[in-house]
Design a protein around this ligand. Structure first.
Ligand SMILES: Cc1cc2nc3c(=O)[nH]c(=O)nc-3n(C[C@H](O)[C@H](O)[C@H](O)COP(=O)(O)OP(=O)(O)OC[C@H]3O[C@@H](n4cnc5c(N)ncnc54)[C@H](O)[C@@H]3O)c2cc1C
Length: 525
């Protein structure tokens, strides 16, 4: 039996590892086909200290059950004597976030109030949404459930700038988030139980996973685009061919009936483009990451509806511009520590709530990149509204160079006096991500196909646009879970995936969340 995995993001890599570990498939019988020139998908590490790095910033919690079950098996890159999971847990236990300036207003003042600005009425609305059966929420928007005032509360600003949710987004997805993250409510401002990787996600998670797969002789093919999938006439849905394109040449791979094929449908990093200090990112609208899904869904309605997530009309509701700053100066970090009261790397996210682009900044624990030269430092940020104008740079964020984005950030922070010095020692790389937030778009129950479509004998579907119950999609956990579930259902080998953590059934989490409403002092001064 051979396994063919299309897509080498975290989901595809996790699938290969689960096939080996849970289903006893040998490494040489597994092939991953990845269109990009490196594995990792949405968890990428681009650029260099000289040209400026480009990476995504991410957060996690300890309940990524499928992910950490897997990463417990994978040796860490920095210390192979311990697992990636142990390294991650130790780092977060030793260096928990203690964000003292989660939100900053236009006057440079830290915003913080009792109960995160929530009224009892808001609490009732949150409970109402969390308790509404998901089946009743098809196509419904978050703003249908809350007052306009709710969207200016400290709670919403903290929550939405970490999770990505906007008022026009899916009530169904927010319901999932509420139940999955209720235990985080008391920490929504200090981020104390929100975790991050010890170094960037590519080196912390992707590289060790790739090394483990290579050591088991998994066939990792990059620069290979899977154009189409051929099906046998019967029985049911049985893949018999993959049409691939490599270096402009098309070939076919034969798939036997007892082989398995796992397809990643879509990518949040689809059509991403990178700019420089002097050039804005050039919009890319190739649509390659969901082309295969679109082609298959046209013929079979049970393969879901990619048009619910991808296509130009969705970009305004799913678009971010991120930026990574590589600096050889210390001024910025010193000023941020003084402003926020947090030492570098302990502060979590800082959101500038009156900025037109709704900027959020993440000042990483250093070094963020393993091998980053001494005296070089890296931080990251993103704008949730890149199609609006900046306040100091009167342009849309997605039309700005790295220098213009950095100037807007520094002026927002009132670092005008040090602006020239910081600009001179920094390289800011902007990155346009038109679909990064599309998992939040309103959807209906048939828009995402199941991990194993009805009647499939050897085809599984994985990634963030595949439907599994209860879990939240803006996570590697979601992709890992779809892979585990598809493999277990198709091959009937190994254990079923662990249940999704549901904070509403955890008395400790429930009590802590309730305290936010009954006891204003829960919120830190
Ligand atoms: C800015 C940003 C912030 C993030 N924040 C978080 C976070 O806070 N927490 C968290 O857990 N995760 C976060 N992530 C990770 C992300 O949310 C996903 O969870 C993860 O990348 C999804 O993995 P995946 O394998 O399903 O898809 P992807 O990583 O998107 O990989 C899919 C891969 O499939 C390839 N592909 C698609 N079609 C084909 C084809 N036909 N042929 C060959 N190859 C193909 C694509 O090239 C791509 O590499 C973030 C990502 C980004 C970009």
């Amino acid at each position: 039996m051979k396994a063919h995995i299309v897509g080498g993001g975290f989901g595809g890599l996790a699938a290969a590892a689960y096939l080996i570990r849970n289903a006893g498939v040998s490494g040489p019988n597994i092939t991953i086909y990845e269109a990009d020139d490196r594995m990792g998908g949405g968890f990428f590490l681009g650029g260099s200290a000289e040209s400026g790095y480009n990476l995504p910033g991410s957060v996690f919690d300890s309940e990524f059950r499928c992910t950490f079950d897997l990463l417990q098996t994978i040796p860490s890159a920095s210390n192979p004597a311990i697992s990636v999971k142990d390294e991650f847990f130790t780092f977060n236990t030793r260096h928990p976030l203690d964000d003292r300036a989660r939100l900053i207003d236009r006057n440079g003042k830290i915003v913080h109030g009792p109960r995160f600005g929530l009224s009892w009425h808001d609490g009732f609305d949150l409970a109402r949404l969390a308790l509404t059966p998901e089946a009743w929420l098809d196509g419904r928007r978050i703003e249908e459930f809350f007052s306009a005032r709710f969207f200016s509360t400290e709670f919403w600003l903290c929550y939405s700038t970490v999770m990505g949710s906007l008022p026009q987004h899916s009530a169904k997805e927010l319901r999932r988030y509420l139940n999955r993250t209720l235990h985080m409510f008391p920490y929504i401002s200090d981020m104390a139980n929100i975790w991050r990787t010890p170094a960037n996600q590519y080196q912390a998670f992707i590289e060790p996973l790739v090394a483990w797969l290579r050591a088991r002789h998994v066939n990792l093919q990059t620069g290979v685009f899977v154009q189409d999938v051929g099906f046998a006439a019967s029985p049911g849905i049985t893949v018999n061919r993959l049409d691939i394109e490599r270096d402009g040449a098309a070939t076919a791979v034969t798939v036997a009936p007892d082989d398995v094929v796992l397809l990643t449908f879509g990518s949040q990093a689809a059509d991403m483009s990178v700019g420089s200090m002097t050039a804005p990112p050039q919009p890319q609208r190739a649509g390659r990451s969901w082309a295969l899904w679109k082609r298959l869904a046209q013929a079979r309605p049970d393969f879901g509806n990619p048009d619910a997530f991808f296509g130009a009309a969705h970009v305004p509701d799913s678009h971010w511009v991120t930026f990574t700053v590589t600096t050889t100066g210390t001024e910025f970090f010193e000023l941020m520590s003084a402003l926020t009261g947090s030492e570098t790397g302990r502060g979590g996210l800082v959101s500038l709530i009156d900025s037109g682009w709704l900027l959020s900044l993440s000042i990483f624990h250093q070094p963020e990149i393993i091998g980053q030269p001494l005296g070089t430092y890296v931080w990251w940020g993103y704008g949730l509204f890149p199609e609006r104008n900046g306040n100091f740079v009167p342009k849309r964020m997605d039309a700005c160079t790295g220098a213009e984005i950095l100037e807007e950030v520094l002026r927002q922070l009132r670092f005008d006096r040090q602006l020239d010095a910081i600009m001179a020692s920094s390289i800011c790389i902007p990155c346009d991500m038109p679909y990064v937030n599309n998992i939040w778009l309103t959807r209906t129950r048939t828009d995402r196909p199941r991990p194993v479509p009805e009647g499939s004998t050897n085809l599984g579907l994985i990634g963030q646009y595949v439907e599994v119950s209860r879990d939240v999609a803006f996570t590697i956990e979601y992709s890992a879970r779809t892979a585990w579930e598809a493999i277990q259902l198709l091959l009937k080998r190994g254990p079923a995936p662990p249940s999704v953590y549901q904070a509403q059934w955890d008395p400790k989490a429930l009590f802590a969340a309730l305290k936010v409403f009954v006891c204003p002092t829960t919120a830190r001064p």
